[in-house]
Structures are given as structure tokens and as C-alpha cells.
Design a protein. Structure first.
Lengths: 227, 223
């Protein structure tokens, strides 16, 4: 099977979100998780600008410049939504009221360290936004990212080479090749792409891998990738 | 009615702002940018400003006009990266050493301002521990976790965008327009709000999101 595309990775992460949870989705790939939540699951998507209960993206005619998410996308509200100010929104985040945050990343270390805010691009200014607050304080921190860089370097590593966003925070990583839990003992593979051997996955990973007793096949429905 | 905080123009509302002012600017993601006031501040030519604004580079905010005009000495923000490959006005001046930058995690940024308006000089937060943004800051352990000491931020001026006002200065906001406005209005000595419309009757108390006691001047700017 082909590696999952970005929408399929988002779909896979969405399958693990239980009903009734409060979930924050980071910029980039993670926002697409919202498109694949089970309709019957009563999930409240929190956006760091204070929207609690973001609904689908607004249609062009229904779009309102004052109703946006953390990526400046024009959104709608789901039934039961509310909007609070930024201080309250981040008190909610720091206070442990976000069940899961799903973030993009450059690197995740075997101890759960996350690097997702500074790629050390020369001359460009820093952009941290709410990433450190979410990574340090959400009850669960999940990551969606490609298993390797475009050049083939592993993104799952022994220790981050890029500046950390928060330490020992990530508990699960969804990649295009596998679903990997971050445990006190390091990375544990739960799902593996069909046709990819454990040894091949290990070769594309920068830290030791353990495998769950019953590794599942990583699958996703056909979904077009618009990136 | 004795109290009437309406003024006729943005220029008039900013007439007594001094050079060197620390200026809060509201807005997030296209919602709540006080762009009429920002432009009036630029036209006033006040210089050596410190801007306390969540993003120094957001494409829908006119903050970049103050920066390009060379009026800004320092920026405190959580986002200072331009969109495209080309450097933003902020990044050019920052790289040239002409603007000082303090970058804070967004929740810390918000809480520093809240603390500034709430009489709290500093606070500990778990956010940023072990990162470059905590470098040089005091770290203290409470129970089993480390926390960074962050200091309150206050300022001379806050520029706020809201939806409606009444003559008392009570404000309402549309959707996510509220973002940093409540905190910034409490932390600034002079608070100027630009609003879509002023209601001549007092806004019913249950609709007031920012009490008028925090707001000094109102400018009606329309949509």
C-alpha cells in the first residue's frame, strides 16, 4: 500500500477521538482532522482565539471575517458553541481543560520532546503562537507528521535537533507509515503500513522501535490530497 | 447624561499620545484589528513606540504600517514571521537591528497583559520551560513541575476594535473579535475603541462584554 497522504493521516487520527472530548487542532495537517470526526461524536473543537465549538468551514457567502479559527480560516459554530477572550482561552489550555491537542511537528523525540515551532530558517522571525501553551498543558498531545523529511531524514528521533516547543509532552504520533505511541520506554508501534516490514520502518526511524503485541494494519479510505 | 466618551475622529482620540508610548493593539486572525486607529497613530507620527500585539506580521492588520514608517522601537508578540518568502517589514528592521523583539508564547503574552491590568506583578507558568523563550528567566519548582517566572505588562495606550458602544464606553464584540481586548483595556492608561456603531441608549448590562469604566474614548468607524 502507498504511504498515507495528509488527508488520510488526519482521517486516521480522527478515528481515535472519543465522543464528548474537547480537542484543539493545530495549523496545517491537524485542522483537517475536523473533516473526519464521526458525526455522532459530540466533540468540541477549541481554537486558541477563544472559539469553543468550531463547526465546518464557512461557505463563501456565509463567511464572516470576525468568526475565524487559529489559522485565520473563516469558520462556523456548532450547536452549543461559545466564544471567550484570549486570557480565558489560554487559562483553559494551561488549566488542563483541553483533552487532546493535535499538532504538526518537525521532530518528536523518544522521550516525548516536541520540536514544532522553530526550523531555524535564517532571517525569518519567530512564530510561536499557542504552540508552547498547548504542548505543555493539554492533557494529551498527539502529533501528525510525515515519518521522514523530504530528504529522507527521520523525524522520530532519539533527541530533537531543533529547538524544543515543550519537553516530554507527546503521547502519540500519526505518520504516513505508522501510528506510534510514545511510552516511558520509548516508541511503540501500534499500526504499520501494509507491505512495510518492521525492519524497513526501523530504518526510517531515528530511535529504537518496539512493536505492540498485535500490530494493526494502517489503513485509511481513499481521500484526495489537496496539498 | 454627563458621561459621553464619543470623539469625532481617530486623530482627535489620539491627540495627546506621547512619543515612546507602549501601545497595545487588539486582533487575531482577521478579527478585531483596530485598523482605523492604527492608521491614525501612524499619521500622528508618534515615534519610539513599543507595540504589544499578538502578531507583528498578520496580513490583515495595519500594524506593519507603523513598523514600515520607522515609528516602532520594540515589539512584544507571539508571532513575528511574515507569510511569504520575502521578509516582512518587521523582519527586515529586526534583522537590521532597528527593532527590538520580545517573543512570548501566546498564553503567556495574554496572561502578562491580564496581570498588568489586575495588579499582579509577575506569575509562574509551566509554558516554555526548557525552551529558548525561557532563557534567562527564573524557574521554580512547585510540587513536581517546573514553572517560569513571567512579568506583567502595562502600557500607556490600548487600541481596541469592537462592534458597538454606548456613550458610557460599554462595548460589545462580534464573534471572535473580543480576543485580547478585555486584557489590553485593563492594562493601558488610555483606552481608545473604534466601533462599528454607537447606540445612544445604554447597552443592557447582560450584553456588555467590556465595562465602560475601562474605555476612555470611542470613535465610530462603520464596518
Amino acid at each position: 500500500m502507498q504511504p498515507l497522504n495528509r488527508r488520510q493521516m488526519a482521517w486516521r487520527a480522527a478515528q481515535d477521538i472519543g465522543s464528548g472530548l474537547v480537542v484543539n487542532l493545530g495549523m496545517g495537517m491537524p485542522v483537517h482532522v475536523a473533516d473526519h470526526l464521526k458525526p455522532e461524536a459530540d466533540i468540541f473543537i477549541q481554537a486558541e482565539n477563544g472559539v469553543i465549538g468550531a463547526g465546518p468551514l464557512a461557505s463563501p457567502e456565509g463567511a464572516d471575517a470576525d468568526l475565524v479559527d487559529a489559522s485565520s480560516r473563516r469558520i462556523t459554530l456548532r450547536p452549543g458553541a461559545s466564544i471567550i477572550d484570549s486570557t480565558w482561552s489560554f487559562a483553559m489550555i494551561r488549566g488542563g481543560h483541553i483533552d487532546i491537542t493535535i499538532l504538526g511537528a518537525f521532530e518528536v523525540a523518544a522521550n516525548g520532546d516536541l520540536a514544532n515551532w522553530d526550523m531555524r530558517v535564517p532571517d525569518k522571525g519567530p512564530l510561536v503562537g499557542g504552540a508552547m501553551d498547548l504542548a505543555a498543558c493539554a492533557r494529551s498531545v498527539w502529533v501528525i507528521m510525515e515519518h521522514t523529511t523530504r530528504k529522507g531524514s527521520p523525524r522520530l528521533v532519539e533527541a530533537c535537533t531543533l529547538p524544543p516547543t515543550a519537553t516530554r509532552c507527546v503521547s502519540r504520533v500519526y505518520t504516513d507509515l505508522a501510528v506510534v505511541d510514545v511510552t516511558p520506554g520509548g516508541f511503540v508501534v501500534r499500526d504499520l503500513l501494509d507491505g512495510l516490514s518492521q525492519a524497513e520502518l526501523a530504518k526510517r526511524t531515528g530511535a529504537p522501535l518496539a512493536f505492540a503485541p498485535h500490530v494493526r494494519v494502517l489503513t485509511a479510505p481513499a481521500l484526495g490530497d489537496d496539498h | 447624561m454627563a458621561i459621553d466618551k464619543r470623539v469625532t475622529s481617530a486623530a482627535q482620540a489620539l491627540a495627546d499620545v506621547a512619543d515612546g508610548a507602549r501601545v497595545f493593539i487588539t486582533g487575531f486572525g482577521g478579527a478585531g484589528f483596530p485598523n482605523v486607529l492604527i492608521r491614525a497613530l501612524r499619521e500622528s507620527g508618534r515615534k519610539n513606540l513599543t507595540l504589544i500585539v499578538n502578531s507583528a506580521t498578520h496580513r490583515y492588520s495595519l500594524t506593519h504600517e507603523l513598523i514600515e514608517a520607522g515609528l516602532v522601537r520594540k515589539v512584544v508578540c507571539s508571532a513575528a514571521r511574515g507569510q511569504g518568502k520575502d521578509l516582512s517589514p518587521f523582519e527586515k528592521l529586526w534583522k537590521a537591528g532597528k527593532i527590538e523583539l520580545t517573543c512570548l508564547p501566546q498564553g503567556t503574552f495574554a496572561e502578562c497583559i491580564r496581570a498588568g491590568g489586575a495588579g499582579i506583578p509577575a506569575f509562574y507558568t509551566p509554558v516554555g520551560v526548557g525552551t529558548e523563550l525561557a532563557r534567562g528567566k527564573e524557574v521554580r519548582r512547585f510540587a513536581d513541575r517546573d514553572y517560569v517566572l513571567e512579568h506583567a505588562i502595562t502600557g500607556e495606550l490600548a487600541l481596541v476594535r469592537a462592534d458597538t458602544a454606548d456613550p458610557y464606553g460599554n462595548l460589545t464584540f462580534r464573534y471572535a473579535q473580543v480576543n485580547f481586548a478585555l486584557a489590553m483595556a485593563t492594562a493601558a492608561r488610555l483606552v481608545v475603541a473604534e466601533v462599528r456603531a454607537v447606540e445612544t441608549e445604554p447597552i443592557p448590562h447582560q450584553r456588555v462584554q467590556l465595562p465602560g469604566i475601562y474605555v476612555d474614548r470611542i470613535v465610530t468607524v462603520g464596518d
